[in-house]
Design a protein around this ligand. Structure first.
Ligand SMILES: [Zn+2]
Ligand SMILES: [Zn+2]
Length: 476
């Protein structure tokens, strides 16, 4: 893999500049036009055949190089988060007040996976070996949209394996499962009227939203322990003296298994219908998206860990350490240990890692068989093809993802270190899979055992179109 890794070393500067440019663009889900174009252009210059605008999403792309099998895919993302704009500073300083920012480090994620794909391409070329490398530019991971629609379209079907990673506070393998989820908007339609002069003529859509929330809050006692149900009120009316004619809430319903999500979701639908009945409002259900829990493939996890240990490790500079210490000074008391516990890190390892500012070692996977309290649309890919995922230290220990601190570090040089480590370990793993048919066989057998060999149905209806305007108010 010398040739491929050499390519990453020779192009470190250009790769870091690409990540920094996407960090600057800070485009939210399905609005990532400049970010996707940058990645598409980069891959096209490297000889990949690029198709931009797949699966009904202008910012989704598939790029391929080579021919024949095996077919190895690298998954990238590039969406930012609303409200997390932040300068590269250890104090909270938005670059654009109220603007979006890369608080989940998807600028690093997208470019790291792209670098792995290009490195593997160079290695295959120098070997003169048959095989296909694919890069998937997956939009709107934060709202769990991109890969779900791409999977429904069959874009991952030809893959023999998929590899990806996520920026984090330590270097290890992501071996836990994640929560399956449904995302849905409940829109209630009532009747406007003067709230003081003729309230009797009005039907409050906001009352329906509030009554629905009360019903759901009582339901919480009667769902599985690991389920998560959360909502925001996205529309609540205009002025207090007008009975709200339209109100809307947006729910995420999560649980370890899809069947549990479906059961809880069905009960929430009944509660929404009850709220409509109680108020006389009418109900419109706008299903946004659903996703599967993540199935970590043990064969790919083992390979990724070996390669993380073999790859030249993160080399944080004294400047990275100084910036990390300044970021750490902004943490709430007890944040480091609490953040590690949130990721199921066992107490002994958590205590050792919490003593560090930046994680420079490689931790063995510690959460196999556990469920991490979040969702990812990588889940949908993981049910279709053997999938491996690592995490690399891009932020100081204790940093919460989706925070201004994570945005600052994802645009700082320390983030590049984790990105380069991830790119190398993924490229090496891709090469192992290209060159060792037995490993691929074992990985596929493990997936078959986990799924019972059945192709899972898409969690979204066949006629659902991607919610392209879901975050349109956050357009830059
Ligand atoms: Zn995120
Ligand atoms: Zn993320």
């Amino acid at each position: 893999m010398e040739r491929g890794l050499g390519w990453i070393d020779r192009h470190t500067r250009a790769l870091c500049e690409a990540s920094d440019a996407i960090w600057q663009y800070a485009e939210v889900g399905l609005q990532e036009h400049r970010s996707a174009a940058l990645v598409a252009d980069y891959l096209a210059r490297e000889g990949f055949a690029v198709e931009l605008g797949v699966a009904g999403m202008p910012t989704a792309l598939v790029a391929g190089f080579g021919s024949g099998g095996p077919v190895i895919g690298f998954l990238g993302e590039y969406d930012a988060l609303p409200g997390l704009s932040q300068a590269i500073s250890p104090r909270q300083e938005p670059l654009v007040p109220g603007g979006a920012g890369h608080g989940c480090g998807h600028n690093l994620l997208g470019v790291g996976s792209m670098a792995a794909a290009i490195a593997l391409k160079h290695q295959l070329e120098s070997d003169g070996r048959e095989g296909t490398v694919r890069f998937y530019g997956c939009p709107a991971e934060e709202t769990l949209v991109g890969k779900v629609f791409m999977a429904r379209e069959g874009l991952f079907d030809a893959l023999d394996a998929a590899l990806t990673w996520h920026p984090m506070t330590f270097n290890t393998i992501w071996s836990a499962s994640s929560l399956a989820m449904n995302s849905v908007k409940f829109v209630f339609h009532g009747r406007a009227s003067h709230a003081a002069a003729s309230p009797d003529l009005g039907i409050s859509a906001l009352d329906a939203v509030e009554l629905m929330n009360i019903g759901v809050n009582f339901l919480r006692e009667h769902v599985v322990q690991d389920a998560r149900i959360h909502y925001v009120i996205t529309k609540g009316g205009g002025e207090p003296n007008i009975v709200p004619a339209k109100a809307e809430s947006w729910y995420y319903v999560r649980a370890p298994e899809r069947s549990q999500v479906t059961a809880i979701y069905d009960r929430i639908i009944s509660i929404a219908q009850g709220a409509a009945m109680m108020t006389g409002a009418s109900l419109e259900i706008s299903f946004q998206v659903g996703c599967y829990n993540y199935l970590s493939n043990p064969v790919l996890a083992g390979l990724l860990e070996d390669n993380m240990r073999k790859a030249p490790g993160p080399a944080f500079t004294p400047e990275d350490h100084a910036f990390a210490r300044a970021i750490e000074a902004s943490f709430a008391p007890g944040q480091k240990l609490a953040a590690l516990r949130g990721f199921n890190v066992p107490p002994e390892l958590a205590a050792a890692v919490a003593a560090l500012t930046l994680h420079e070692g490689i931790a063995s996977p510690f959460d196999t068989g556990r469920v991490m309290p979040g969702s990812t649309d990588v889940g949908d890919v993981s049910w279709l093809t053997p999938t491996g995922q690592l995490t690399a230290a891009c932020w100081p220990v204790g940093t919460a993802s989706h925070s201004w601190q994570a945005t600052a570090c994802s645009g700082a040089p320390m983030g590049h270190q984790g990105m380069l480590l991830a790119a190398k370990a993924m490229a090496m793993t891709g090469y192992d899979l290209m060159t060792n048919a037995e490993l691929l066989c074992k990985a596929k057998a493990a997936l078959e055992r986990a799924t019972g060999g059945k192709r899972p149905p898409s969690p979204i209806p066949p006629d659902l179109t991607p919610p392209l305007d879901q975050l349109s108010e956050h357009r830059p």
